[in-house]
Design a protein around this ligand. Structure first.
Ligand code: HEM
Length: 195
């Protein structure tokens, strides 16, 4: 008999196409360009901030879910984006008035919360590759790479996968809700970044 997919396997399979699409997003693809300028990099971080900040704020307010995730607070990266943007010359008041995404993915059910967090956590993996590229560009310095240089990526990913196993009820509707929220997270960021 075929083994049932784990929650992680389900999430990975159901978002593989969305991951491919987002890698081809013209704004994000610029992150890996040799001729990326400081102004362009700042604008990409502004867009990331406009997505991560409201989403992480909402997730952080869901205390009963947050308490189940190991080191939840350290996983949040909006503050890192704030630091990078300040290094790149933005005033705190300018950061506060940046446009924020309102079309956020669903996240109020536990399964949806888990699906969204999977995408945010997974983005650290590609972030390592992006950080390596950015580090070699002439305008960058460590103080503007906090978002992509997030620390302990492998350890955090491992502990996140353990959390996914622990939270997995094996219930098909849980898998379905988590996968839909994960797909919607990719789509929503993709649309937001394309503007
Ligand atoms: C130019 C952009 C990107 C590149 C080059 C990239 C690259 C990668 C790579 C190489 C991996 C696999 C790493 C490994 O298995 O060790 C990965 C995994 C992942 N990435 Fe990306 N990525 C990009 C953008 C994103 C974005 C924007 C998101 C979401 C916001 C994202 C979400 C994920 C997720 C969820 C995984 C984990 C899949 C799994 O194994 O379960 N990626 N990415």
């Amino acid at each position: 008999m075929l083994r049932k997919m784990t929650l992680r396997e389900h999430l990975r399979a159901s978002t593989a196409q969305a991951h491919e699409s987002i890698e081809a997003n013209p704004t994000l693809a610029r992150l890996l360009a040799q001729d990326l300028s400081e102004a362009e990099y700042r604008r990409i971080l502004e867009r990331y901030f406009g997505f991560f900040q409201p989403l992480e704020k909402d997730l952080s307010n869901l205390a009963e879910f947050v308490n189940r995730v190991p080191a939840f607070a350290a996983r949040m990266r909006s503050e890192r984006l704030r630091l990078d943007l300040q290094t790149l010359g933005l005033e705190i008041s300018e950061i506060e008035s940046l446009p924020r995404c309102e079309a956020l993915p669903p996240h109020t059910k536990l399964a949806e919360f888990v699906g969204v967090l999977y995408v945010l956590e997974g983005s650290n993996l590609g972030g390592k590759l992006i950080a390596k590229h950015l580090r070699a560009l002439p305008f960058t310095r460590p103080a503007c790479l906090n978002f992509f240089e997030s620390p302990d990526v492998s350890e955090n990913w491992k502990s996140f996968l353990t959390f996914l196993n622990d939270v997995d009820s094996g219930n098909p509707s849980f898998h379905r809700d988590a996968a839909q929220a994960a797909q919607e997270t990719f789509r929503s960021l993709d649309r937001w970044m394309a503007r």
